[in-house]
Design a protein around this ligand. Structure first.
Ligand code: OOB
Length: 535
């Protein structure tokens, strides 16, 4: 069994000939940026400012330190850091050591981290000491006791583990890394019981980064605010921190996306572009504090991760004084942007068009046949930066990809004559909670582990602020458990807070969804419909 599915040779050749894949690794990419922009500021974190040269040197020292401590090329290392400058030194350090970062979000807990360690056989885990009152060192201790994890590196006070600050060393050889190999594992939003990991190569990822930087108009004067968790694909590469480094601009780390944190930072650092999910955009637009800070430097607000409704999109320029760019992307690859020269109506009502002329898109009906132009159907895609399979997931790959290599996005879209896409809904069993993805089956499995739960079905319910929230329908075996008791049970299992159901309904039976065997999908649809009708 292979860990990952490379592109067929004829596609790889085509992408190289077209100049998409240039044979540069992420480690070499940073070295080239440092050679070009040496003394310019690359990363701002509070009062700290690292130049390109400094980041480059830190990355190399960190790489040697990881190797000296026993991390080997090819090893997987889970990285779970908040938005701090060290994040950049760690991930570039791992790239240069030939090790593969596995990107976790700060909200992940034992259930997620142990699953990532299990799937990838991770040997290392990089965390901060504590964030928002949660102690990651204790989590690391528990994960190490139950998985093959050997090294824990802590940003801040290490406790019983190794301090990240003690890792860097000055001397030592760095291995050769190949641009066609997997550089890291990104998280999938998922729609199954087990989290899926996305293998991205240096070649394919850097292609999307260079094009994104160009489409978003980044240059040496760019100051990009990292408002979302930095490890997410959106602030990582769309154009995100890598796009900024490509262009020679400045990354400004925000510890939180709230107006009280972000607005003063935008004013102080003269931030000109940032990317957020719709609920954060709504929060910024509604905040009276926007009049108390000088936000005039802001040129572009990117919004993506979930559908931004046109009514809200229309208000961005008036309320925040900047242009809107819609971004419809996925960690699996394909990213769509509205362009700055698109008509206002297209920017407000569509989710953009693809990066690459070689992004192949098909919009299909349930039988797999392409729908008529302008009709709604499921989006399938393949191309020079879209994966051909998940990491170590052969069985799931047979359903998630077509035999000819198209990724089934699970998104229902309509294509405009201009090539722009309008996201109309979803065909996958996932809840999009304001950009945070919740796989129904994963939560159902956790609920089923409760002794008083006979059956469970998790569905989306509409919500004005988040777009969707989660509702768990539960059939009890005897005395029905209360909502708070079930929530506490899920938290104790170590589930991330955003996956805890917003609403729990105990019911006697599930609706019948037609003759014969009930499919989970039909059941979830029927339950979700009862909510929509009740509204
Ligand atoms: C981004 O990536 P993921 O991997 O967290 O989630 C991908 C899914 C898409 O398949 C779609 O269901 C949804 O998130 N989505 C949107 C959207 N952007 C993403 N749905 C409606 N409108 C949008 N604008 O979310 C992501 C990755 C790179 C850039 C931006 C977002």
């Amino acid at each position: 069994m292979n860990d990952w599915t490379p592109w067929p040779a004829e596609f790889a050749r085509r992408y190289r000939e077209a100049g998409y894949w240039v044979g540069e690794t992420l480690g070499d990419f940073l070295a080239a940026r440092a050679a070009r922009y040496g003394d310019r500021v690359a990363v701002v974190d509070g009062e700290r400012r690292w130049t390109y040269r400094e980041l480059d040197e830190r990355a190399s020292r960190t790489a040697r330190g990881f190797l000296a401590r026993g991390i080997r090329p090819g090893d997987r290392v889970v990285v779970q850091l908040p938005n701090v400058a060290e994040y950049a030194a760690v991930v570039f350090g791992l790239f240069r050591a030939g090790a593969l970062p596995v990107f976790a979000l700060p909200s992940h807990r034992f259930a997620e981290i142990s699953a990532f360690c299990g799937i990838t056989d991770a040997v290392g885990y990089v965390v901060a000491d504590s964030v928002g009152g949660f102690d990651f060192r204790a989590l690391a201790t528990r994960v190490r006791a139950e998985t093959g994890l050997r090294h824990v590196f802590v940003h801040g006070d290490p406790g019983e583990h190794t301090a990240l600050a003690d890792v860097p060393v000055a001397e030592g050889e760095l291995p050769e890394v190949r641009a066609g190999d997997v550089a890291f594992l990104q998280l999938s939003g998922g729609s199954t019981g087990i989290p899926k990991l996305i293998p991205r190569t240096h070649d394919d990822y850097l292609y999307s980064v260079r094009e994104s930087a160009d489409i978003c108009g980044l240059d040496q004067d760019t100051a990009y605010l990292v408002a979302l968790p930095v490890a997410h694909n959106f602030p990582m590469s769309s154009p995100g921190i890598l796009g900024v480094l490509h262009a020679g601009g400045r990354i400004v780390m925000a510890p939180a996306p709230s107006p009280d944190v972000v607005f003063p930072l935008i004013a102080k650092e003269r931030v000109d572009i940032t990317g957020v999910v719709p609920p954060i955009a709504l929060q910024w637009m509604a905040s009276p504090a926007r009049h108390e800070h000088d936000l005039s430097s802001l040129r572009v607000l990117q919004v993506g991760g979930a559908k931004f409704v046109p009514e809200a999109a229309r208000r961005v320029r008036a309320e925040l004084g900047c242009a809107l760019q819609q971004v419809f992307g996925m960690a699996e690859g394909l990213v769509n942007y509205t362009r700055f020269d698109d008509p206002e109506e297209v920017v407000v009502t569509s989710q953009g068009r693809p990066i690459s002329p070689d992004d192949e898109l098909r919009v299909v009906a349930e039988d797999g046949a392409e729908v008529a132009p302008g009709e709604v159907g499921e989006l399938l895609t393949r191309g020079p930066y879209t994966i051909r399979g998940y990491y170590r997931a052969d069985e799931h790959n047979r359903v998630a990809f077509t035999p000819d290599g198209f990724y089934r996005t699970g998104d229902l879209v309509r294509r405009l004559p201009s090539g722009h896409l309008v996201v109309e809904g979803r065909a996958k069993d996932q809840i999009n909670r304001g950009g945070e993805k919740v796989a129904a089956e994963e939560i159902e499995n956790h609920l089923l582990a409760h002794p008083a739960v006979h059956d469970a079905a998790v569905v989306a319910i509409p919500d004005d602020y988040l777009g969707e929230r989660t509702c768990a329908f539960v059939i009890a075996t005897g005395q029905p458990p209360t909502g708070p008791a079930l929530r506490a049970f899920l938290r104790e299992r170590g589930l991330a807070a955003y996956k805890i159901p917003d609403r729990i309904e105990v019911v006697d039976a599930f609706p019948h969804t037609g003759v014969g065997k009930t499919s989970r999908r039909d059941l979830r649809r029927a339950l979700a419909d009862t909510f929509r009708k009740a509204r």
